[in-house]
Write a protein that binds this ligand. Structure first.
Ligand code: BJW
Length: 230
C-alpha cells in the first residue's frame, strides 16, 4: 500500500501567486498590527478596519491564479496511489483552483462569511462592512469566516486523525510560528512518519524535519512531487 501523505501549507506557497505572506519583510504584519486585524478583540474595537483589511485581501485572492506549486500538489493527489491530504493555513482558494480536492482550511476562508450572532455561514460578498446583515437572523454582525488568534482552528479532530495515520508529512511555505500548526511535525514524527520541509529559507522549526529543501515553492515543490511520482 502506498504511504499516506499529509501536507501542511502556509502563506509561502501562494507568495508567487502575488499574495503577501505575514512575517516576511514587507509582509502583512509589517503593515498591520496583529492585535488590530487578527483577533476577536480587534474586530470588536474596530470592525470597519478589519472588514477593510479582509475585503481587500478577498478581492486580491479572487483575482489570483494558482502557481506551479499548487498545480504540482494537485497532480500528486491525482497520481499518487495512496491518500494525499492538504491541511492549509491559507484562506485563499488556490489549492482548489489548481484541482486539489482533499483540502482542509484550518484557518477558514476568505470566501466565507460568518454571523457572530447566530453562527450562520454564507458565501462572502467581495466587500463586507459592519452593517452587512446575516441572511438568517438579519443581525448586522457579519465577520469573515477566518480563525483569529485565541480562536480554535477548524477541522482539528479530522486533522489529528490524519496525523495519527500519516507516513509522510510535508510542510510547505510556513514559518512555524503559529500553533497548533507548528506542532504538526512533532505529532507526525511521533507516529513514525518521515518529515520534510519545503520553504524559502530556514524556519523556526527546520530542525524538527528529517529533510529540508530550501527555495521558491514553484521550484522545490514540483521537483519534490516529480521525485515522489518517480
Ligand atoms: C516561501 C516563499 C516562496 C516566502 N516559496 N516559501 C504561546 C505558545 C504557544 C502557542 C501560543 C502561545 N500564545 C498563544 C498561542 C496560541 C496562538 C499562537 O500560535 N500564537 C503564536 C503567535 C505564539 N495560536 C492560536 O491562537 C490558534 N488557536 C489556538 O491555538 O487555539 C487553541 C486550540 C488549538 C487546537 C485545539 C484546541 C484548541 C489560532 C491561530 C490563528 C492564526 N490566524 C492567522 C490569521 C488567519 C486569517 C488570515 O489569513 O488573516 O493565520 S495569523 C497568520 O499566521 C495566518 C496564517 O495562517 C498563520 C501562519 O502563517 P504562515 O502561513 O506560516 O505565514 P508566514 O508569513 O509566517 O510564513 C511564510 C513562510 O513562507 C516563511 O517561512 C517564508 O520564508 C516562506 N516563503 N515566500 C516558499 N516563494
Amino acid at each position: 500500500m502506498a504511504r499516506k501523505i499529509v501536507i501542511l501549507t502556509g502563506a509561502g506557497i501562494s507568495a508567487e501567486s502575488g499574495l503577501g505572506t505575514f512575517r516576511d519583510e514587507g509582509g502583512l504584519w509589517s503593515q498591520h498590527r496583529i492585535e488590530d486585524v487578527a483577533t476577536p478583540e480587534g474586530f470588536a474595537r474596530n470592525p470597519t478596519l478589519v472588514h477593510r483589511f479582509y475585503s481587500a485581501r478577498r478581492q486580491q485572492a479572487a483575482a489570483a491564479h494558482p502557481n506551479a506549486a499548487h498545480h504540482a500538489l494537485a497532480r500528486l493527489e491525482a497520481e499518487w496511489p495512496g491518500e494525499v491530504v492538504i491541511v492549509t493555513q491559507n484562506v485563499d482558494g488556490l489549492h482548489e483552483a489548481a484541482g486539489s480536492r482533499a483540502v482542509l482550511h484550518m484557518h477558514g476562508t476568505l470566501a466565507g462569511a460568518l454571523c457572530a450572532t447566530c453562527d450562520h455561514r454564507w458565501p462572502a460578498p467581495p466587500e463586507m462592512t459592519p452593517t452587512t446583515p446575516c441572511p438568517a437572523c438579519h443581525a448586522p454582525r457579519a465577520r469573515p469566516d477566518v480563525v483569529w488568534f485565541g480562536e480554535i482552528p477548524y477541522h482539528m479532530e479530522e486533522i489529528l486523525t490524519h496525523l495519527s495515520e500519516v507516513e509522510l508529512f510535508a510542510a510547505i511555505g510556513t514559518s512555524g510560528q503559529v500553533y497548533p500548526a507548528a506542532s504538526f511535525v512533532q505529532e507526525a514524527a511521533s507516529q513514525g512518519a518521515e518529515t520534510v520541509e519545503l520553504t524559502l529559507e530556514r524556519s523556526e522549526i527546520s530542525r524538527a524535519f528529517d529533510h529540508r529543501h530550501f527555495g521558491p515553492a514553484t521550484e522545490v515543490v514540483p521537483r519534490w512531487v516529480e521525485t515522489l511520482l518517480g
